[in-house]
Design a protein around this ligand. Structure first.
Ligand SMILES: Cc1cc2nc3c(=O)[nH]c(=O)nc-3n(C[C@H](O)[C@H](O)[C@H](O)COP(=O)(O)O)c2cc1C
Length: 179
């Protein structure tokens, strides 16, 4: 197997590969709702289960500015991890390019053709079209140079039966599907 090696600082250094995406929903203290596409997330603890999400919190260059979703999570301490199915690529593209930091009046649910529904335990809405929704309360936060690694403890999990029996495929190969 041929492999190319590159190092930080090289023009072609880019440690990005196909992976999964989730849509994070959160609300600010005034009740304004946001959705943010997040590729940097993981199950990070066993007992109890905990999830980590990397939310941009400090600016750097053109790509990194504080996501409004980061502000929402700071203000309310809650978020929902919505796992899309493979057919929602256009929606996660829109939610990953429109930012309420830059367009405060944008309605990302309307733009992305998504439907909000009330959660059981948190104020942030679930996304109906996503077959899995995990309601989380913030447990802790690690501040990295541009991102906050926010760890959340699940309070409720909604799972479509189609996912459990394998009929609905989750979007695990996001970057390859995107463009
Ligand atoms: C495929 C994909 C993955 C992304 N992953 C992340 C991520 O892990 N963390 C992050 O802060 N932003 C990530 N983004 C960028 C945000 O989704 C994007 O800046 C969004 O417009 C922020 O919206 P907001 O400011 O309304 O929260 C990603 C975007 C795409 C398209």
């Amino acid at each position: 197997m041929d492999k190319r090696i590159s190092f930080p600082g090289d023009a072609d250094f880019s440690p990005f590969y196909p992976g999964s995406v989730v849509l994070i929903t959160a609300v600010d203290s005034a009740g304004k709702v946001d959705i943010c596409t997040v590729g940097a997330w993981a199950l990070v603890n066993g007992v109890p289960n905990m999830f980590g999400i990397a939310m941009c919190a400090r600016p750097s260059g053109e790509s990194f500015w504080k996501r409004y979703t980061t502000t929402c999570i700071e203000q309310t301490g809650e978020f929902v991890i919505n796992i899309p199915h493979a057919g929602l690529a256009e929606a996660w593209d829109i939610c990953g390019s429109v930012s309420l930091t830059r367009q405060p009046d944008a309605d990302k649910f309307a733009l992305a053709g998504l439907t909000p529904a009330p959660a059981a335990k948190v104020k942030a809405p679930l996304i109906v079209e996503c077959p899995v929704n995990i309601e989380c309360r913030v447990h802790s936060k690690l501040e990295l140079p541009t991102h906050d690694w926010i760890v959340g403890e699940p309070l409720a999990c909604h799972t479509a039966a189609d996912v459990l029996d394998g009929k609905t495929k989750l979007a695990w190969e996001n970057v390859a599907v995107l463009k």
